[in-house]
Write a protein that binds this ligand. Structure first.
Ligand code: ATP
Length: 274
């Protein structure tokens, strides 16, 4: 396997947890619970399920028994065909949606950046937008706020744009400002949902390189989980989770997942050609 690491996800082959704290919180209504796992793991799911009920009262599974683990300080991607459950999984990790069952751990503070750049940059200038989320920290003085904003914009290569009106930015620049806003709040985990969907190729590369750059610069302090359906983006990732039909099919290092997906695509092309 070329020294790469690849895990089939069913049955889950996770290593034993090294430390589970005693603080287990239950969400009894959903039958799920969230627990604190090992310190060197930024994100972990075990046997995660999510179902929805139709108007006819039929239960439809969206996520089925998903298990994977993401080490701290890395950029990981979630890939898979349309409708396989990538965004739903990310929403569960972001606490936007509660799982039906299973366990979830995401290191905190965490922040979620959405697909459409126009839905998340809200203030008139770049500086004001990045500072916006810091408003809730009453004990920070203006100098401290400015310093946080500058560091966050530096991390995504947008420091020179501080005074720019938001409406003059490209989609990719807006995404980088949104990521800076999340970083300014000192988040440990960035949950990024198809950030490049509405972007042209150069903006797409600008955003992904900015995320990769900040993960490297933070030296283990920040972890990013990036949902995408673009296989070419995998070259920037340390690892990936590949999903189909609500299941985690493989998770492991990016090169091996890339080979796995390419092999599936070739097989599919051979099948439709024969
Ligand atoms: N609340 C809900 N009610 C009904 N169906 C839902 C709900 N949430 C998700 N689904 C369905 O679950 C499936 C997975 O959706 P999800 O958006 O997570 O997929 P995805 O892999 O992110 O898709 P895409 O790549 O197209 O964005 C879809 O068929 C979707 O319609």
């Amino acid at each position: 396997m070329n020294g790469h690491c690849l895990f089939a996800a069913s049955p889950p082959r996770l290593l034993p947890l090294r430390s589970i704290s005693s603080s287990v919180s239950s969400s009894s209504s959903s039958g799920s619970y969230r627990i604190r796992f090992s310190d060197s793991v930024a994100v972990e799911c075990r046997n995660l399920c999510f179902s929805v009920s139709t108007r006819q009262g039929i239960t439809v599974p969206v996520l089925r028994d998903c298990s994977f683990r993401i080490p701290s300080g890395q950029l990981w991607m979630i890939l898979g065909p349309n409708g396989c459950g990538k965004s739903t999984l990310l929403k569960i990790l972001a606490d936007v949606v509660n799982p039906t069952s299973g366990t979830v751990f995401v290191e905190k503070p965490k922040n979620f950046v959405f697909q459409n750049p126009d839905h998340q940059v809200v203030m008139p200038t770049v500086e004001a937008d990045v500072a916006f989320g810091l408003g809730k920290y009453q004990d920070m003085n203006p100098e401290q706020v400015k310093s946080r904003v500058i560091k966050a914009l530096d991390a995504v290569g947008m420091r020179d744009y501080m005074q720019r009106p938001i409406q003059t930015l490209s989609g990719g620049q807006k995404q980088r400002v949104a990521i800076a806003g999340a970083l300014a709040e000192a988040c440990k985990v960035l949950l990024l949902d198809e950030l490049t969907t509405f972007l042209d190729e150069s903006d797409q590369m600008g955003v992904i390189k900015a995320v990769k750059g900040l993960i490297n610069a933070k030296k283990g302090d920040v972890t990013a989980l990036w949902v995408t359906h673009r296989l070419e983006e995998l070259e920037y990732a340390d690892g990936a989770v590949y999903m189909e039909n609500g299941r985690v099919i493989r998770h492991g290092d990016a090169a091996t997942i890339s080979d796995f997906i390419k092999a599936k695509q070739s097989l599919y092309i051979d099948q439709i050609g024969s």
